[in-house]
Ligand binder design. Sequence first.
Ligand SMILES: [Zn+2]
Length: 647
Amino acid sequence: MAPPTQTVAPPSPAGPAAVVDPERPIGDILVADGVLAPDQLSKALRVQTRLEEWRPLGTLLAELGMVPRPRVEEARRASRKTLSIEQILVSRGMLRAEQLAATERALQGRPNVTAARHLVESGAISERTYLEAFCEKHGLPFVELDANHVDRTLLVKANLKYLAKLRVLPIAVRQGTLHVASDALLTDAVRAELERQYRVPVTLWVAEGSRIAGAITALEAELSGKAGAAKAVQYHVVAHVSDDNRTAAAIVDNVLGRALQQRASDIHLDPTRSGLRVRFRIDGELIRVAEYPANATGAVISRLKVLAEADIAERRVHQQGRIVLKADGEEIDVRASFYVTVAGENAVLRLLRKTGVLVSLDDLGMSPAAQRTLMHDVLEPSTGMVLVTGPTGSGKTTTLYAAVQRLMDESKKVITCEDPVEYLMEGATQCSIAERPGMTFVDSLRTILRQDPDVILVGEIRDKESAEMAVHCALTGHKLLSTLHTEDSVSAIVRLVQMDIEPFLVASTLCAVVAQRLVRKLCPHCRSEHAATPSEARSLSIAQDDVAAFRFSKGKGCPTCHYTGYKGRVGVYELLLMSDALRDAVLQQRPVHEIRRVAQDSPGFYSLQEDGIAKALGGQTSLSEIITNCPRVITTKRLRQLQEIYP
Ligand SMILES: [Zn+2]
């Protein structure tokens, strides 16, 4: 290799690119690191002068295939400290070099205005774009700020008017530092003031000034009792609020409003020594969202009891109640439970939405190949049994309804038999067994058969009787869809046989089994690259050489995701299509591990774990979510093969 001291010819000043390339330093960094040969750099610079449409050096090196993109990114990061915000905007393609040159000429004689600021004010670039470049220059994280991210306890000592003037807002204290949002670097004085007040060092998050102002206005309204969220929440029981518990009423309105906005499933209010701690369960995880002063505890719990029509005077006995509320036209049933603890009374509110949101087959997050198989090979034939399996809370019902919805059209009669009805479907005849005393599940199914249905949805197969009935429906020319509580797809076959269903009946009626889990999706705001650790690789049987060659992702945690690194959930699926080989294995009553091997070897079959790894490769989720949620299997498939599941 040529010695690194060799100098490289400067770019020709001719051509359309008579501008300074902000990415020019990247070339020298890459040469010094030995990633790029000096003669390659010279060649790239020559190419650059001849380009019809000018491109910065880093982009060009990647396009020419001289340096891999991640390596260009790394050099960009190394060089950004030496760049101005304007140069970063040019290298990011947000600003044309000529545009910058023109702005700089126009600003001559006005030293107080930077070109970037002027471009924002004149509307040539958005504040967001500017701030992203600003973050890159200073190596700071960006947050799409929302009042929901702010820990209310931090505001007790804060002067919001003063913070509004500074455009600074404390968000949370995490790992011993105060996270603060601002649209500029903090001055030493402001930083010192915050550190004195909160007694911890400050970590800065960059946010748009308009969002900071908006959040402060919303928080001011909330703290003064004119809660903005109150408008969104309406109670079925109108309870009178006296002047002394107006604050408690505002807190309750706000907590419920925020919980609905963030789609929490439960709200936990626990008295602690320092105050009333409020946590939401979001995507299955408990997240602390606020803490109110201890003197508010009694009034807040009492207010909830009034709304839930429980006895306020009784503080030594566990109680239950129900609050019906309306928000955005949606009616929500809140089940309240008051429990007496040594620290005082706590309350847990479970938010039950009256009707779930129907999800279509396309939005379940299945791989394109699995979805095609499900539509054409499983749902299209007019008879047979289709089962969805998984533990409670794995999203089985959502999948079941998505499948039934796909089958529905005018020419088909769809009847459901549920306990209770979870979703309302236009065009289907839905029956809830829970609402018919004296009628067993099997009685209901028998009646349903006399209704001449084409498609029957049975909420759950739970015992021998319902299993027999389901098989009978499928045998008599109906399409039957149901759920079963088993670990994976192969276990569903075994369970049916254990329920005394003849193997030949299982083999002849079952078309397919979908096994599934829900895993948390990575937060798009703080997702970053992650190399599989040796223990992760072992748990998922990823080959050693694959570990080095593939990158996964991980959430670092940010205010948007309450520092969990995750936002929302997605299904992981295993679709087992009954093949002749599988039918034979069932008919011959082969042991479970043999049936499983036949399944594993079927073309197009991917286990829950394999589908999960494929989703992790695509950056949808993390490896640790797959390890926690999917049953372990020894797989021999390579990552390259799994990567192809999600093109
Ligand atoms: Zn995040």
